[in-house]
Design a binder for this molecule. Structure first.
Ligand code: ADP
Ligand code: ZN
Length: 766
């Protein structure tokens, strides 16, 4: 168990200035508790080797146990941090482990910012920034290299040697470095015997070094020519190029509908910075890292690195080194690729910038968009955020002028957007006999699409929890009056609970809107849907795609290529199928229940629903046959669903922004979330109350105005056998919460078998 009250202990001890002193201190952090930072004295013989970014061995605690540490600063009497060191009381560090820093100055600074902003120990952050493979030297091998002893070359003629020995030493003297014993023996034509004898005499010296082994280069693609940009694309590119020329920071929010040609604009902007000898980082959601994406970039750039979660430690380390050595022009990767050690970064692109996967769900809980902004500012370079459905946070930043807005409002080649119609499930519920997921109308449309040789995508985004209180007859959903969040039905005890503020009512027996009895709505998952589809269309090849069926690496790609080839006619699944796929033969997209995400106890529920329906609708009608979209819903009048059927992002944003503002949710307020878990419900709750009190007290002491909601049971009340409670902390946009959290953390005593975490700017509210 880590002692949580030490997590954020960065307060150094006071120091008496003794200005005659000549001293040097290394400030270090550990990757595990106690995290530090701590200061160590740098012995004079190590002064040259100790640098920020190298690893050290240092003695820790009373027993002086040897621990590996990261050096984060080297501080002398004239350093700005000098007054925070107490040089008289330092233990000397033991040894230096790296010749070169494993992270350079700018990445180290970035790590410090992440540690500060996301309230996470720096040692933890460093282990996220630097891949394991680099830290452990994966894909490298310890090798022995031989050289002639110093000064021996001049005496060579006077030495008494056998002919073989002479040949060996002369070969070494003739130069060329890095002889391995094997190469030397092969060149001279001898065994290892005489070489070993010379090493024993001290005439040959040896040193060992780690060398890298395999190459993991991305295979070449057929070179593709640039496309002729349309007017909107050209305008967007011109704006970006102007900033590239000026070497300054600027973020562009490129709002382009699905299929409007955003990727082509990224590629052209990257070409520009590559001409200047700089590198680009392109971040995409993990799910979009398909061979299609990779090929598209590889066909336009010579040297591309692709970073994804299925790489081995050795592969990742190989790419990291290639990038650091300046051998890569474009890095494409998921979230963590934002840490690529580019020597001369020129552009950052975030495609599908609204995607939730850019936020890491374990410590450090960073958001790649914010990290990207930090890097772009520091490197004085432009950044492009692209999306058909930008996060409202980003949209707001474009409204305030912090980001520049670029618009691609048309599909390339003027392909029309597909027609979207809704099917009102309330009406359907009244009319039909069976209680399946597919309405009569949708069934007919599927059949007619298949008859005309088209393919069909069916979306059901059901993650198997959250029984909301919704009336199947009229669609009415019970909301908390204080938080504007749907109430959640509890299986045990018949009550409805708000999962933000813990407001409770007993489970309504009748719909408060229309009086219909039997108000609970049972869930339906993708598996059940698959059965239903197979029952209705027994001869049509169909595939289900969700996290359960797509566990194995590569299975996602395989499934998509079978769909592309037409072997599969109906593809059904969760949001996995909604993102970025380009299949011209898809003529029908059916959304089984648009409301699944709409009534999550999450203030972003509308935004998610709008985004998901819009994204999946964009999969239809990408070819000459055109296409349709059918959206089944209990809430056809809901603004998010209505806007999605009209592909109307602007209308959606205009309606939703005032809601956020009214309740002080982001982007109009700051938010942090504390999640507490324990096998004991009682202890988790108690800890929740302690933390809430500590937060209140810390806020009072710091005179920061905050609102604390909770502790309330988290929407996912029990996860892997642990009970979960959460606390939401809100403040005005100009009152940072981090100082409050740090202070509160220091006050909270660790308790047995209770863990808690802090999430700054949370995305996951479950
Ligand atoms: P987005 O990223 O906005 O969804 P893409 O960049 O993937 O759109 O473009 C969609 C399709 O249109 C791709 O097949 C792409 O090759 C093609 N495309 C993009 N720009 C042009 C253009 N200017 N002329 C012709 N085709 C284009
Ligand atoms: Zn509430």
């Amino acid at each position: 168990m880590t002692k949580q009250n030490q997590l954020f202990d960065t307060t150094p001890e006071p120091w008496r200035l003794d200005d005659q002193d000549d001293w040097l201190a290394a400030r270090v952090v550990f990757s595990q508790a106690p995290y530090g930072p701590y200061d160590y004295q740098v012995p004079s013989n190590l002064e040259q080797q100790v640098r920020a970014g190298v690893r050290l061995t240092v003695p820790l605690g009373r027993g002086n146990r040897a621990r590996q540490a990261y050096c984060i600063d080297v501080i002398g009497p004239f350093h700005p941090l000098a007054s925070t060191v107490n040089p008289q009381r330092l233990k000397p560090l033991t040894s230096v482990l790296d010749e070169q820093p494993i992270l350079d100055e700018s990445l180290l600074e970035l790590a410090k910012w992440i540690s500060d902003y996301y309230v996470c120990p720096l040692g933890n952050v460093i282990e996220t920034v630097v891949p394991t493979g680099i830290r452990e030297g994966s894909g490298t091998r310890e090798m022995l290299f031989l050289a002639l002893a110093d000064g021996l070359a001049e005496q060579l003629a006077d030495l008494k040697l056998s002919p073989k020995q002479r040949a060996i030493l002369e070969t070494l003297a003739a130069g060329g470095s890095d002889w391995t014993p094997r190469e030397l023996a092969d060149t001279v034509g001898c065994t290892q015997g005489p070489i070993t004898a010379l090493r024993k005499k001290g005439w040959i010296t040896s040193s060992s070094r780690r060398v890298r082994q395999l190459s993991h280069e991305i295979p070449k693609e057929k070179k593709e020519q640039d496309l002729d940009l349309n007017k909107d694309q050209q305008q967007a590119l011109d704006s970006i190029e102007a900033v590239i020329e000026q070497s300054e920071y600027r973020s562009f929010l490129m709002h382009g509908i699905t299929g409007s040609g955003k990727t082509e604009v990224y590629i052209r902007a990257i070409q520009k910075i590559v001409e200047y000898g700089r590198q680009a980082i392109v971040l995409v959601p993990e799910i979009s890292l398909t061979p299609q994406t990779r090929q598209r970039f590889r066909a336009r750039f010579e040297r591309v690195a692709v970073l994804h979660s299925h790489l081995t430690a050795a592969q990742r380390a190989w790419h990291w080194n290639e990038i650091a050595n300046g051998n890569v022009q474009v890095i494409i990767g998921a979230r963590s690729a934002i840490f690529a050690p580019t020597p001369n970064l020129g552009l950052i692109v975030l495609d599908e910038e609204h995607d939730g996967s850019f936020k890491q769900d374990k410590a450090p809980r960073y958001h790649a968009r914010e990290v990207a902004v930090w890097r772009a500012k520091r490197a004085k370079i432009p950044m492009i955020l692209g999306s058909a459905t930008p996060a409202l946070e980003s949209w707001n930043r474009a409204s305030t002028g912090e980001f520049d807005l670029l618009s691609l409002p048309r599909r390339v080649l003027d392909l029309p957007l597909p027609d979207v119609a809704t099917i009102d499930l309330r009406v359907d519920f009244g009319n039909r006999k069976s209680r399946g997921a597919i309405s009569q109308k949708l069934r007919q449309e599927i059949r007619s699409s298949l008859n005309q040789g088209g393919q069909v995508i069916l979306l059901l985004n059901r993650r198997g929890f959250a029984t909301r209180i919704q009336c199947p007859a009229c669609g009415h959903v019970e909301y908390c009056p204080d938080c504007s969040i749907p109430m959640t039905h509890h299986r045990d005890g018949s009550k409805a609970v708000c999962h933000y503020c813990d407001y409770q009512i007993s489970e309504p027996q009748f719909c408060t809107e229309c009086g219909y009895a039997a108000i609970r709505l049972a869930g339906m998952g993708t598996q059940k849907l698959e059965q239903e589809v197979q029952a209705i269309f027994p001869d049509v090849p169909c595939m289900r795609m969700d996290t359960d069926t797509m566990r194995k690496p590569g299975s996602h790609e395989l499934a998509l290529s079978e769909f592309r080839e037409g072997k599969i006619k109906i593809l059904l699944g969760t949001q996995m199928i909604a993102k970025g796929l380009d299949f011209p033969n898809v003529t029908l997209v059916g959304v089984i229940n648009a409301d699944t995400a709409l009534h999550f106890p999450d203030f972003r529920a509308s935004e998610r629903t709008f985004g998901l329906v819009t994204q999946v609708a964009g999969r239809s009608g990408r070819g000459p046959k055109g296409g349709r979209v059918l959206v089944q819903t209990f809430s056809p009048d809901n603004p998010a669903i209505m806007a999605a059927t009209k592909h109307d992002y602007l209308g959606f944003a205009a309606g939703e922004i005032p809601n956020r503002e009214a309740f002080g949710y982001p982007p109009f307020g700051l938010l942090a979330r504390v999640v507490i878990r324990s096998e004991s419900q009682e202890r988790a709750k108690q800890m929740g109350e302690h933390i809430t009190a500590a937060i209140q007290q810390a806020a009072d002491e710091l005179q920061t105005e905050i609102v604390v909601l909770g502790p309330a049971p988290a929407p996912v009340e029990k996860l892997r056998g642990k009970h979960r409670f959460h606390i939401l902390i809100r403040s005005a946009i100009d009152s940072p919460l981090q100082p409050v959290i740090r202070r509160a953390s220091a006050m909270v005593q660790a308790a047995d078998e209770v863990q808690w975490i802090v999430d700054v700017d949370p995305i996951d509210m479950l």
